[in-house]
Structure formats: C-alpha cells, structure tokens
Design a binder for this molecule. Sequence first.
Ligand code: FAD
Length: 325
Amino acid sequence: MILVLVETDAQGVTLTSREALSFARTLAERLGDQPVEAVATGPLPHPDGVLDHLAEQGVTMLHHADDERLAAYGGAAWAAAVVDAASSARLVIGSGTPRGMEVLAHVATRLDCLMAANVIAVEETDPLTVSRQVMGGGVFERMRLGGEVAVISVAGHAIDAVPAARPSTPAVRTYAPTLTDADLLTRVVRTEQAGGDDTSALTGAKVVVGAGRGAGSAEGFDDLLELKDLLGGALGVSRVVTSLGWRPHHEQVGQTGSRISPDLYIACGISGAIQHWAGCQSARKILAINTDPDAPMVTKAHYAVIGDLHEIVPAINAELRRRLG
Ligand SMILES: Cc1cc2nc3c(=O)[nH]c(=O)nc-3n(C[C@H](O)[C@H](O)[C@H](O)COP(=O)(O)OP(=O)(O)OC[C@H]3O[C@@H](n4cnc5c(N)ncnc54)[C@H](O)[C@@H]3O)c2cc1C
C-alpha cells in the first residue's frame, strides 16, 4: 500500500497534495498495482470536496485521524497520526510544502527509514529510483530507496495532478491517533492576520512579473507594475532590488525569498543567478527580457526578448492596453 499525507483547504484537497496523489498512483502502477490510500488529520467533518478529490485521484481509502488536538498544526503530532496509519505502507508520500516536509521528516525518523525530499520523477525501469532537486534546485540527484519502507516528498508543481483513468469510491476509516504530551509540545497556538509583508499574492499568482537590477532605480518600476496590473499578476524581484531598498523584502523571489510556481514568469533585467533560479524554476513558462543574450536567465528561459526593458515593457503594455480596450 502507498500512503499519501493530504493537506486540505476550504476547497478540498490542495493542488500540491493532488499532485502527490498522481505521483503516488504512477508509482503504484509501476510497483504492481498497489492501492493508494490517503491520510488526513483534524476534527471531522472533512472540508467539502475532499472525498471528491480523492475519488478523482483513484484513492481507495481515507484514514482520518479524528482528534481536536490535531486541528491546530503540529509537525510531531501530525507525524504520529500518519505513522499510526502507515503500518502496512511500502511508501509514505506527501507534498514538498513547508508542512509536508516537516511532517514527513518526523515520519521518516519515527519509521527509521530513508526519505527522499523534493522528488520530481521516478525511473521507468526501477520505480524505487527517484530523481530529486538538491542545492536549491540547481542540481538533480538520483536516489535509490532501499529498505522495507521509505518516505518521499514531491516537489511542488513538478508533477501534474491528473485524474485517474478509473475514479474510485474511497472508504473512510476514522481512528484515534496515539498522541503523547511530547508530540504536542510544538504546535500552532495562535494565528494572526498577515500584515503588509504578506507573500501569498506572490506565491499564488498565475503570472509574476519579475524585476532585477536592470530596472535601474526605485523609480524604474512604473512600467513593470503596470504590466503586472494588466496581466492580473504579482511583482517579484531579485535580492539586489531588495538590498538596494528599491522594493520591500516580501517581494523577493529565490533561495532566501519566496518560491513561486506561476503559469508565466516574466523575468525583466534579472541575470538568473542560481539563488534566484531556485525560487522561480517551477514556473511553467519563463519569458526573459534582458540586454544580455548570454545571461543565464535568457539561456534557461522558454522565450527571450533581447533589449532594454525600459523600451520593451512599455511596448508590451501599450499592446495589452489596446487589446484589453
Ligand atoms: C546566500 C545567498 C542567497 C541569495 N538569495 C537570493 C534570492 O533569494 N534571490 C535573488 O534574487 N538573489 C539571491 N542572491 C543574490 C544572487 O546571487 C544575485 O546576486 C542576484 O540574484 C542578482 O540580481 P539581479 O539579477 O537583479 O542583478 P544582476 O546579477 O546584476 O543582473 C542584472 C541583469 O539585468 C540585465 N540588465 C541590465 N540593464 C538592463 C535593461 N535596461 N534591460 C534589460 N536587462 C538589463 C543585465 O544584463 C543582467 O543580466 C543570494 C546570494 C547569496 C550569496
């Protein structure tokens, strides 16, 4: 059996968890048609849509750890609940979100087994050999998962969430997890409304307009902000831009900023240093606008326009304004 930790929101199972389920299904087929089961935590009832999403992904069973103390997030407590459901699991899989990574690391420690983090693919011929992102995504590593059980976190948006050919009707098993006082030591005790440094608009945006040193100055962002507004997206910047005080830190993309995965990233005047690339490489398409045809961002992008962003971006804006009426 393959057990997948699913995270939920008001709409049901989150997109990254559905991606992890699709990944698990591929792996299950290659391992010889193992069932894919899911585990979720928190008090019942499930948010609307959870069972529909699980059925769409071909999940046969939902193990639901029903305990009020799991309503607030706690890495060790959630891991205890996952381990309770994992007694017959060959693999425990989750998404590479901050919570997923923390819970799965606890799970691997408790099961005393290998963990492959940020996995992006499995080998056709040997499903227990996986490729994963390391060093901020700058390097790919192949890793073989030996042992009786192993843990995998799936890198966000590396796999598409594809519905199963045969949807299922998942059975629901509710259980009371074994939680110790130590499991509950570290947990969320209070949440506060995000202030002006909220990064959710950036990390959730379908289009991100990126800007680097090529913007030239704090005043050089007007056209970039207009492009962002015309496309209904968010602005993301390089560290040089925040270090120079041109834009606030919460807009920074990269290893020490936000990791983004929009459908389109328009990187303007950004060289594409490895630390910036670590934060934007999950974008589905990248368009680079740069004066240097040899800049790493240009050579790695799907599309590039070579030239001065202060000429190209206003031209794009004018055309968008014309088309949008
Ligand atoms: C530990 C560590 C962590 C880091 N974390 C991050 C991070 O999270 N995010 C991050 O971004 N960086 C990070 N950095 C910094 C990173 O190494 C680079 O220095 C930074 O990303 C470069 O920013 P840039 O591309 O804006 O500037 P530059 O590297 O100076 O590149 C500017 C680019 O703009 C182009 N350009 C110039 N003028 C124009 C114009 N008029 N029109 C079009 N193009 C033009 C140039 O050809 C060039 O390619 C980190 C560094 C370290 C050591």
